[in-house]
Design a binder for this molecule. Structure first.
Ligand code: 0O2
Length: 213
């Protein structure tokens, strides 16, 4: 057809596969939470959000990182085409989720970044995992079942609020008086971290006082 330009997404033929992989991992995580509730245990996480990074955002990321703008770079050098945010009530729930993911037979944890123990200088706190997940599609290396990366970011509600607001305010945008803004954001992050520790203490006190009736 004249005048219509068909632009191939950076994910090439993998876009559907990525959406299927995301849905599969989300299902497994939801099952875990349902199982905990069925066992009358506290839920692992409060909510989860999953997304396949938009092709435009992935293209921008490849350029920003100096990678070639290719499907191979989008799926191999970048490892967050499929991303899941697990938002937990307490820090101890993050540790429960990490332990379960490390033991799961349907994925291998290939990278861990603990920005909770070692917060970024700007105050960012979160626990990042890269999972290697097998899926019934041919991957960019020609293997079938293929191997695909999934990034999981685990945080408390407080950490998540801060990250969302900071992302909105600053992460990718130009701001006036960046030093002042950074200082205020850092102060806010530290106050929220202190609240997370207090909430954890309260939970422990409640659990210690609980009796089986
Ligand atoms: P987006 O658009 O949110 O997905 P990598 O992704 O591993 O190649 P890096 O910097 O080595 O890049 O990894 P890191 O530090 O683990 O960060 C990866 C992701 O964590 C980012 O993805 C953000 O989602 C989040 N993140 C990291 N640092 C910050 C921060 O200071 N503030 C906020 N709000 N989020 C952060 P993207 O692709 O950069 O961005």
């Amino acid at each position: 057809m004249q005048g219509v330009e068909v632009v191939m997404s950076i994910y090439g033929p993998y876009e559907d596969a990525l959406n299927q992989i995301l849905a599969g991992v989300e299902d497994r995580l939801r099952e875990w939470n349902d199982h905990q509730l069925a066992m009358h245990r506290p839920k692992l996480y409060e909510h989860l959000i999953g997304r396949v990074k938009t092709p435009a955002s992935m293209t921008e990321k490849c350029r920003r990182k100096g990678y070639p703008v290719t499907t191979a770079a989008a799926l191999r050098q970048c490892r967050d085409a499929v991303g899941i945010w697990l938002v937990c009530n307490f820090i101890s729930d993050i540790n429960r989720c990490v332990a379960l993911l490390e033991q799961a037979d349907w994925c291998t944890v290939v990278q861990k970044k603990d920005y909770i123990t070692n917060a970024k200088p700007n105050g960012y706190r979160s626990y990042h995992l890269i999972l290697d997940v097998a899926a019934p599609y041919q991957d960019v290396d020609g293997r079938r079942p293929g191997r695909f990366y999934v990034e999981v970011q685990l945080r408390t509600i407080a950490m998540d609020s801060w990250a969302s607001l900071e992302h909105e305010i600053k992460y990718k945008h130009h701001v006036a008086d960046p030093e002042r803004i950074s200082k205020e954001l850092k102060r806010c992050a530290d106050q929220l971290a202190s609240c997370d520790v207090q909430m954890q203490t309260i939970r422990q006190l409640v659990q210690e006082g609980e009796t089986d009736e």
